[in-house]
Write a protein of this length. Structure first.
Length: 418
């Protein structure tokens, strides 16, 4: 009898932490539990208050435990910000002293490992390894050389790394909260697992995750991640501009932005429309046109920087799809403003895993676009579900299956000699 299993995904952002717990019954996704908490303990991906973050994680996961009845031990967690580093590493291995040899899984693993070692450094921790293509004797840029004959095998490995000190700090906070890290994801890659479906595998596709103070831009070509740009801007820029211009507290500016914010032509708003803002013990009316003008100016700056970051990686006219996520894009007129800057259609990222989508529709707390708060968590869940289709052991250390290892080795020998 197969016991129930669980996957717990924790998204740590600059404005909130969000957590999702997936319950697996009989190898199928049976339920998802959610919880979140606003925080001010992370800035631009860097932990600035470890004690506060520890308490927030502990509080959120305890709340999730009371909802689900699950005793959580292991979590998948994200890391982001300017401490993310990307680089290419190349390695080449001989396959046979004379003649050619059929390329096996072990050969591919060996050359990937060689490239990983060559690309490693004492300052960085490798988070993701993505083969960009393999070279053999007669051909270059082969996506999958398995089963081909060659005298040697070369790989171009794209490494997504994080500063070791940041990983260590994150691990310490998770441990002090009473949990252990099972998997570590770069936020943008986790999010892409949630919103990129199979029909986005062809051509050049872009994902923009617009956060509160850090935004990530990922370029994919034929399904492979080709580049990452991280920029220090987000929804908080709009709030700060509003706060400084109106001389009001940040919390009040955030409330006005969410409740009355519009990006567009201020003249489209009636001159008589006003917002009552409390200052000290008095209420002061502010023209909604003024709010629109401030927010639109700030949004123009964000859109211009996004455009510049995209053009560093690819020509905009080559994009097949521009997908964007983040709660800031729900601001009335923001997506249309970005389309005006880029001169391409911008689409709101939507969850593509059908199992998860069916459960989201049944969850009132994720109705409308509320799922955007949990999109990175849902990406981590999607990745775990895709990687382990025969049963998931996410809150336990995975057991090594010796029978599968033996089978794969026999298969490789058969491929080589027959």
């Amino acid at each position: 009898m197969l016991l129930n299993d669980y996957i717990c995904a924790l998204d740590i952002g600059s404005s909130k932490i969000a957590v999702a717990l997936a319950e697996i019954r009989k190898r199928k996704l049976a339920n998802i539990y959610f919880d979140s908490l606003p925080i001010k303990t992370v800035k631009e991906g860097v932990i600035v208050d470890s004690a506060g973050l520890t308490n927030a994680i502990s509080k959120t996961l305890k709340s999730l435990k009371s909802k689900s009845g699950v005793k959580i031990k292991f979590v998948s967690v994200n890391i982001s910000g300017q401490d993310i580093v990307t680089k290419h590493s190349h390695a080449i291995i001989p396959l046979a002293e004379r003649g050619n040899k059929v390329i096996s899984v072990s050969d591919m693993q060996l050359v990937n490992e060689q490239a990983r070692v060559l690309g490693s450094s004492l300052e960085d921790e490798i988070i993701h390894m993505i083969p960009q293509g393999y070279n053999i004797d007669s051909k270059n840029n082969i996506i999958n050389p398995l089963g081909l004959y060659s005298h040697k095998l070369e790989v171009d490995l794209y490494l997504v790394c994080a500063r070791l000190s940041s990983v260590q700090s994150l691990s310490r906070v998770i441990n002090q909260s009473g949990y252990e890290i099972k998997d570590l994801f770069f936020s943008g890659i986790a999010t892409s697992k949630a919103v990129f479906s199979s029909h986005l595998k062809d051509g050049v596709n872009l994902l923009c995750d617009l956060g509160s103070d850090t935004s990530e831009i990922l370029i994919f070509e034929d399904g492979l991640l080709k580049g990452i740009e991280i920029i220090n801007l987000g929804g908080d820029n709009l709030t700060r501009e509003l706060s400084e211009a109106l001389k009001i507290p940040l919390d009040l500016a955030e409330d006005i932005k969410r409740s009355y914010g519009i990006i567009g032509n201020p003249l489209d708003i009636g001159e008589d429309k006003e917002i009552l803002v409390k200052k000290s013990e008095f209420y002061k009316p502010i023209k909604q046109r003024v709010v629109c003008e401030i927010l639109t100016s700030a949004a123009d700056k964000i859109c211009a920087q996004i455009k510049d970051a995209v053009e560093k990686k690819t020509a905009i006219y080559q994009l097949n799809n521009f997908i964007i996520v983040g709660r800031t894009i729900l601001l009335d007129g923001f997506i249309e403003n970005l389309e005006r800057f880029l001169n391409v259609q911008v689409k709101l990222g939507r969850i593509t895993n059908l199992e998860i989508v069916s459960l989201i529709k049944e969850t009132s707390e994720l109705s409308g676009q509320k799922y955007l708060k949990y999109v990175t968590c849902l990406g981590m869940l999607s990745e775990a579900l895709e990687k382990k289709p025969l049963g998931i052991r996410s809150l336990h250390q995975p057991a090594k299956n010796l029978a599968i290892k033996v089978f794969n080795k026999v298969k490789e020998v058969y491929q080589e000699y027959f």
